[in-house]
Design a protein. Structure first.
Length: 78
């Protein structure tokens, strides 16, 4: 189903920027907001966190074996 909606220029720019950063289409960004309640602000923060995580990984910053074991132990008996 196609629906046409008037969207302010600033909002269109934000949707386009999120789409470019995430590799998703603008339609997917809008559908995510409507279907899952993920506001543009939430999607922007999520993209920021993913980018930061990728940069940390590129620097070799990963969870230590002790960190991983703590998480495993926390949920092992759950």
């Amino acid at each position: 189903m196609n629906i046409e909606v008037e969207i302010k220029a600033d909002t269109r720019r934000r949707v386009a920027a999120i789409a470019k950063r995430t590799g998703l289409s603008e339609s997917q960004i809008i559908a995510d907001a409507l279907e899952h309640g993920h506001s543009l602000e939430w999607q922007e923060r999520f993209a920021d966190k993913v980018a930061a995580g990728l940069k940390a990984a590129d620097r070799g910053e990963f969870a230590s074996e002790a960190d991983i074991e703590r998480v495993r132990s926390k949920y092992r008996n759950a």
